[in-house]
Design a protein. Sequence first.
Length: 294
Amino acid sequence: MTRIGFLACQGTLPGSPVRRADAHEHDCQVEALRAGFDPAGLELVELDWRAPLEAFAGLPLVLLGTVWDYQDHEAAFLTRLEQLAALGITVCNPANMVRWNIDKSYLRDLAAAGAPAIPTLWPDDPTGTDIAAAFDHFGCDDLVIKRRVGAGAEGQLRFTRETAPPADWRYGSRAMVQPFLPEIVADGETSFLFVDGQFSHAVRKTAAPGDYRIQSIYGGQERAVMPPPEDIAAAKSVVEAVPGETPLYARVDMIRQEGALAVMEVELIEPYLYPRQGPRLGEMLAQAVLRRLG
């Protein structure tokens, strides 16, 4: 058996005293991958990404898995990926792709390449004055602020003109500001999953009543859907616009805005891959890993 690393963190590893409320998604993903990896002669090994480098000895390839705290340790995480690559380990997805994808300003690159985008402002540390100006810039009464280096809606805020913060308020980190899209509540968000550039499956995610966040930790629900060919083609064109090599895995999150799909995010680092809705996911990833190993 060839050992393949699955990088996780203390918030997701089984037995951790600080395990996250949504860590069952880690278990589900590992179980699905093992179902495809074992018949292919691949042994999946769960590892904390902060483990001593000696723990990675003998691993030809590592998957970034459920490293769901990287957003608070950006520099250390990127350094660790480069250290693993220096040891001759294939990192999926690779450090250069992660560096590009880790700050959501990559969406500007995709928009320049023709991907359908949501109007966005990119302040480094927005103030209450910036928020007031954003309402006028977008001509809207409802805004969402997100961390540019973030995951799982952590740090996400929603303001209306009536609840806007005072002028001297500061967000405290690099941000992206967008008009709130009511479609996220009415229709939800669709995630398109790709392995080595090939479509695997799709999931429609909807928020719990009274919320707009679609992540399971906030009560969001997901169900398998089969999008029409033109929607799959639109999502695939976004993956093809990612600079560099074809990602081993990619999750394209899209929302229908005024009848057309627009890109919310392209997840290339540690996305949950919704294995319950993708019965061939483990097998497809196993074959893609074998191709990477040559």
